[in-house]
Design a protein around this ligand. Structure first.
Ligand SMILES: Cc1cc2nc3c(=O)[nH]c(=O)nc-3n(C[C@H](O)[C@H](O)[C@H](O)COP(=O)(O)O)c2cc1C
Length: 274
């Protein structure tokens, strides 16, 4: 099977497909030929779909990616620069959630959007664990608190630095300072030793956080829980990730209780220009 086919009636011989291929796997059209894959291109192709995405005329179709399933980009839905800035700067870490579950279809939509995050060589290394059952979320919070109790005993300086005692006290007073009462937790995990997994998972989870905000949901990185998944064997057992996998970043998710009305200040960016 060829890597792709080109519709001769649509192709304008503009060379765009060849120009955007990250691995130069496309020989551009000339007077005798339509664009064609170089030798062994199918073995090297990253399946990033750039060649298809960049063709203004829909002339090229990858064998593994039916053109009919690749939605056109709606130009009228593009954000203005001001909207992009406001969207990114008005996202906040949500720490108060309504006692109301998020439908599975919405959680799945988030994960599907996050799957479009960039990853090294388009390896898409992220797998997802969606802890949908709120009772299970509470159990994971409890195990996190056990981990913090051990930290307070064994590593008091670190415990002090991360306010571990405050989290334990809150839990013992009947609050949920680990997941802030969020009904769900989403874990981005991948192969421990996969070259692209740590960054790929973090970027995908960042996409998911932004997508959540875009859908009116609240989210927050679950730092205490993340630490427990890396350092506390009972948590690793409770999570039950596939063999060789590690959590690279988890978020709590739910409907936010409060809205925000102002954008707080951040430090001036530290930049070196060369
Ligand atoms: C890796 C990471 C871990 C975090 N862990 C927690 C956490 O366990 N609990 C919490 O309330 N906030 C947590 N946060 C949220 C930060 O405190 C928050 O991003 C920061 O205060 C800036 O606020 P903003 O996200 O609303 O701009 C975490 C953020 C990151 C990036």
């Amino acid at each position: 099977m060829p890597l792709f086919t080109v519709d001769a009636d649509k192709c304008r011989h503009d060379g765009i497909c060849a120009a955007v291929c990250p691995l130069d796997l496309i020989e551009p059209a000339d007077k005798d030929h339509l664009p064609r894959p170089v030798k062994d291109a199918e073995k090297e192709c990253l399946n990033c779909g750039h060649c298809m995405a960049a063709c203004p005329f829909g002339a090229l179709e990858l064998e593994r990616m039916p053109l009919s399933e690749c939605r056109p980009i709606a130009k009228e839905a593009a954000l203005t620069p001001e909207q992009v800035a406001q969207f990114l700067q008005s996202r906040r870490s949500c720490r108060a959630y309504k006692d109301q579950p998020v439908p599975r279809s919405t959680l799945e939509r988030l994960v599907r959007i996050a799957s479009y995050a960039p990853s090294g060589h388009n390896t898409q290394p992220t797998s997802w664990l969606v802890v949908e059952d709120t009772r299970e979320v509470r159990r994971l919070a409890e195990i996190t608190v056990d981990f913090l109790r051990i930290m307070i005993k064994d590593l008091p300086e670190l415990a002090h630095l991360v306010h571990a005692q405050q989290i334990v006290d809150g839990w013992e007073a009947g609050q949920d300072p680990v997941f802030r009462g969020a009904p769900h937790v989403i874990v981005a995990h991948g192969q421990k030793d996969a070259r692209t997994a740590p960054m790929g998972c973090v970027i995908a989870q960042t996409y998911l956080e932004l997508a959540a905000f875009g859908l009116g949901l609240g989210a927050c990185w679950a730092g205490y829980f993340n630490a427990a998944t890396l350092n506390h064997p009972p948590m690793q057992e409770a999570l039950g990730l596939p063999e060789g996998h590690q959590n690279f970043g988890a978020l709590m998710i739910g409907w936010p209780q409060y809205a925000y009305y102002r954008i707080p200040l951040r430090n001036e960016p530290r930049i070196v220009w060369r």
